[in-house]
Design a protein around this ligand. Structure first.
Ligand code: XMP
Length: 524
């Protein structure tokens, strides 16, 4: 947010904690923890213009970690303005090391690189550790460490391999930690950060999600002016919240394109259109493209090829729709922070392919557009909270994730309209029953898979030779690892009976008891 946007919220002056970024993978987490405590926080690069820091008028500055070594002379340093402002400073990891070095201490590249848990013992009373035990389990991730404490500083805490794990200035509100209080692995990390922002900086906890929404609306208005903005709406959480936010900011100047590729869950296309077009009065164009997708997928069995085809077709359809809309200068995307940090490419997620496609200017020549990504620094749960404030239905915001290629990767082998219809029915029954049994929110993701294997069954007096449906339900926090959900047998029996009885083309139902790794969550 620049100074102008801040002024527009100025009827309410908001206390700000500045996070100066030295490139740590955890920098956004620091800002996020502060927001969790209802204090506004903004991240700026360590070498930002002095005037920007002054304009922000921060109550305190946190110096983040970073990948460099202060033992090298060309590496980042804390700008002089941070000292001149005479406000509280908290250095974390690299932030501590450069602080120590700049204030006359000494940093060495230690022989023991320390990654993971460590126990600190607190040696000196410190406001930063007030109300905490004298030993804490913390998260370390560093090669260098402070060897000689600067003059006027006192040692606060040590670990076995980092004798100077925390220090504080004797007369000024300057603190430094070798470990990372922002990661959840650090016991009481939140309390340490809150001690800094409330007890040291005296910041007020008066920042709310509403403020973030107003701020983002101001920023969008300022950026796009009177121009039209195009958004690919998938109905997923991120693009839905982006749509709702942009709608509040620019109303009908937002044009959404929703591609119905025929590979969505049962009723999904109707629901998305109802929510956004009818209930929220958004400008949404629906592209009925099932035929194009199925045509391109005809005869294709290889999972990777199917993914690529679905991704490419999506882009073609989206681009063709976009060209029809005249005078669009901006492309909005629901990119969220994990999308920014996740390494792209290796996981071949189509959603990301689309994003990178547009990011690298892959849109047709005649459409040169600037990007609008209002959720780019937020985490998923923050996006959901914003969605609630914007009035989106909880069912939409708390829905299980759905892969970009949709049912295309849940029908093993060749995708056809008939198989899609069978899978949609089976999946619908499974999900409805999970909701009814109050199990939907207890699993992280659940779905049905169509197996192109024929098996014999008997229904009534008749022999049935038909395909198999697999049910998959997993519990996971981050979707990187997952455990198969131990759903009750009675429940599974009931779902299986319903599927075989109600869907003629299914002879058998199986339950997937593979965890990730080695299995992935999706079957293809
Ligand atoms: P896997 O199968 O890799 O899935 O264990 C992890 C999570 O990612 C989702 N997923 C995808 N999402 N495009 C997406 O947008 C894809 O191609 C894709 N493949 C998997 C999957 O549903 C699960 O939540």
């Amino acid at each position: 947010m620049d100074a102008k946007a801040k002024i527009s919220l100025a009827n309410k002056t908001i206390d700000t904690i500045l996070v100066l970024d030295f490139g740590s993978q955890y920098t956004q987490l620091i800002a996020r923890r502060i927001r969790e405590s209802d204090v506004y926080s903004e991240i700026l690069p360590w070498d930002i213009d002095e005037a920007k820091i002054r304009a922000l008028n921060p109550k305190g500055i946190i110096l983040s970690g970073g990948p460099e070594s202060v033992t090298q002379s060309h590496t980042p340093r804390i700008p002089q303005i941070a000292f001149d402002l005479n406000i509280p400073l908290l250095g974390i990891c690299y932030g501590m090391q450069t602080l120590a070095e700049q204030m006359g201490g000494q940093v060495i590249s230690s022989e023991h690189k320390e990654f993971g848990h460590a126990e600190i013992s607190i040696k000196t009373d410190s406001i930063l550790f007030s109300d905490l035990d004298t030993t804490l389990n913390v998260w370390m991730s560093h090669g260098d460490q402070v060897q000689d404490i600067p003059d006027d500083f006192t040692l606060v805490a040590s670990t076995a391999s980092a004798p100077i794990a925390a220090m504080q200035h004797n007369s000024k509100p300057i603190f430094a930690l070798q470990f990372h209080p922002e990661v959840t692995h650090t016991e009481s990390g939140k309390v340490i950060l809150e001690n800094f922002i409330f007890k040291v900086c005296n910041a007020r906890n008066d920042w709310k999600m509403d403020d973030l929404i107003s701020q983002r609306i101001e920023e969008i208005k300022e950026k796009v002016g009177d121009n039209k903005v195009l958004l690919g709406l998938s109905g997923g959480v991120d693009s839905s919240v982006t749509a709702a936010l942009l709608h509040q900011a620019i109303g009908k100047k937002l044009v959404c394109v929703f591609v119905d590729n025929g590979l969505l869950r049962k009723g999904e296309a109707v629901e998305v259109m109802q929510t956004f077009k009818e209930n929220m009065n958004l400008n949404v164009i629906k592209s009925d493209s099932e035929e194009a997708f199925l045509r391109h997928l005809k005869g294709v069995e290889d999972p990777e090829q199917k993914r690529k085809i679905i991704g490419r077709t999506f882009i073609d359809v989206f681009d063709a729709e976009a060209i029809k809309i005249k005078d669009v200068h901006f492309l909005a995307q629901g990119t969220i922070y994990p999308d920014v940090i996740e390494s792209s490419g290796s996981e071949s997620k189509e959603a990301r392919v689309i994003k990178s496609h547009h990011n690298v200017g892959g849109l047709p020549e005649e459409m040169k557009m600037d990007l609008v990504e209002p959720l780019r620094d937020l985490f998923k749960d923050e996006v959901r909270k914003m969605g609630v404030e914007l009035g989106l239905a909880p069912e939409m915001l708390y829905r299980h994730p759905f892969p970009g290629p949709g049912l295309g990767v849940r029908i093993l082998g060749e995708v056809t309209k008939e198989k899609t219809a069978v899978l949609q029915e089976a999946d619908y029954i499974f999900i409805q029953e999970l909701i009814k049994a109050d199990l939907y929110d207890k699993v992280s993701q659940a779905f049905a898979v169509y197996l192109p294997v024929k098996s014999v069954g008997v229904v009534g007096d008749e022999r049935r030779y038909a395909e198999v449906i697999a049910l998959r339900a997993v519990e996971t926090v981050d979707f990187m690892t997952a455990r198969w959900a131990h759903l009750p047998y009675d429940f599974l029996e009931h779902v299986s009976n319903r599927i075989v009885n109600e869907i003629e083309d299914v002879s058998r139902v199986v339950y997937d008891i593979s965890s990730k790794p080695p299995a992935t969550i999706e079957w293809e």
